[in-house]
Design a protein around this ligand. Structure first.
Ligand SMILES: C[S@@+](CC[C@H](N)C(=O)[O-])C[C@H]1O[C@@H](n2cnc3c(N)ncnc32)[C@H](O)[C@@H]1O
Length: 359
């Protein structure tokens, strides 16, 4: 299916501004040249109110594309955004820029354009919009970035504009079309292949940290209010698993924040390490405890000048008393247990810091 203004020859320009995303939403789908050529996201949604368009797609049976027959505006009103979506809209051209009066079954008035722009600027995710430069777009899309490219029409060559609401990406969702011509694309491909081989040779845990860092660099380019979580990529034998962690600013306890997963030694960093090791089949080996909280307790009880056997005896006593059960005991109960004499070898010993609070 070919459309006037379709992206059949220019899709790579659009794909080359796309940062990684989980959900891809292409409104004003038409022939959907971009949807067809880009690497699919985890979820792919195509929207068009024209029955002919939707039927043509359905007939092709591309099961990875969820088709929605309806208007983009109505779809946005009910879709629950998570922030990791990328919306691409290629609406019919603005009347001001159009050379022929009417080209689609479902056309777009100036009011339609205004409504669409108002919606797009309010979306809590990444958005790319394409069209010919016009005054409505430039006054509505304040602060958006633009990139232009030349596109052949059936009569001449015209400059098309891409407007997008994020920093130009340093990492692309699909890098296969990198480079403006064949030669540069080949060189880039080779350079990337060498890099890929290098990453494949890395130690698995190091590689996972590296990938998480790369991911984080990408999320840094998403405006603050959108980065509600951070994602860690963990490479396993069977593929990459993405795990979401709370945002670096989220509070863990009291005034301790989660921090960034790639910033040693934040809680998120350790959480990530533990999960990555478990998934790699190399769970963290605890020395004294059986769980992380037991291990931490054993370390705390053995610190501050307490002889090792006394620390271990205190820890064993607390563990047997049920101090690390699902519901933690009260501070008083803890203290009472620690005040009782400990059996260390043949001797009874008192734990010196029974009332000491961890700071
Ligand atoms: C410029 S064409 C899209 C061309 C497409 N990018 C391609 O590569 O073929 C515009 C499309 O927008 C659709 N459309 C019109 N009004 C719409 C609306 N309110 N919401 C979503 N799509 C709409 C039309 O049916 C038409 O298929």
């Amino acid at each position: 299916m070919r459309f006037p203004g379709g992206k059949g020859k220019t899709y790579h320009h659009v794909i080359n501004v796309m940062p990684p995303h989980r959900v891809y939403i292409e409104t004003h789908l038409g022939g959907g040249a971009v949807m067809r050529h880009k690497r699919p996201a985890a979820r792919n949604i195509g929207i068009d109110p024209d029955l002919k368009v939707v039927s043509a797609w359905s007939a092709e049976g591309l099961s990875r594309v969820e088709l929605v027959r309806g208007r983009a505006e109505d779809f946005f009103a009910q879709y629950e955004f998570r922030g990791d979506e990328l919306v691409y809209s290629d609406p019919p051209y603005h009347p001001q820029t159009r050379r022929q009066p009417r080209v689609y079954n479902w056309d777009y008035s100036v009011e339609d354009h205004e409504r669409l722009l108002a919606l797009l600027v309010s979306l809590p995710c990444m958005v790319i919009l394409s069209g010919y430069a016009n005054s409505l777009y430039s006054t509505s899309l304040v602060g958006w970035r633009t990139r232009t490219f030349q596109a052949k029409t059936h009569t001449d060559v015209r400059e098309e504009t891409l407007w997008f609401n994020f920093e130009p990406p340093q990492i692309l969702h699909d890098s296969r079309y990198l480079g403006t011509d064949f030669r540069t694309r080949q060189t880039t491909k080779r350079r990337l292949q060498r890099l890929r081989d290098k990453v494949a040779r890395m130690d698995p845990v190091e590689r996972a940290v590296f990938l998480a860092m790369a991911k984080r660099r990408v999320s840094l380019h998403i405006p603050e209010r959108r980065a509600m979580t951070q994602t860690g990529a963990i490479l396993t034998r069977t593929g990459t698993i993405q795990i979401e962690f709370p945002s670096p600013d989220a509070l863990l306890i009291n005034d301790v924040r989660w921090g960034a997963i790639d910033a040693f030694p934040t809680p998120a960093y350790w959480q990530y390490q533990v999960i990555a090791r478990r998934l790699a089949g190399r769970p963290a080996a605890y020395k004294l405890g059986h769980t992380l909280s037991e291990e931490v307790a054993a370390c705390v009880l053995g610190g501050h000048g307490i002889p090792a056997p006394v620390g271990i005896a205190a820890y064993e006593k607390l563990r047997k008393s049920g101090a690390f059960a699902e519901t933690p005991p009260s501070v008083e109960q803890f203290e009472a247990w620690l005040r009782e004499p400990l059996q260390v070898g043949q001797r009874k010993v008192r734990y010196r810091f029974a009332a000491q609070k961890a700071r």
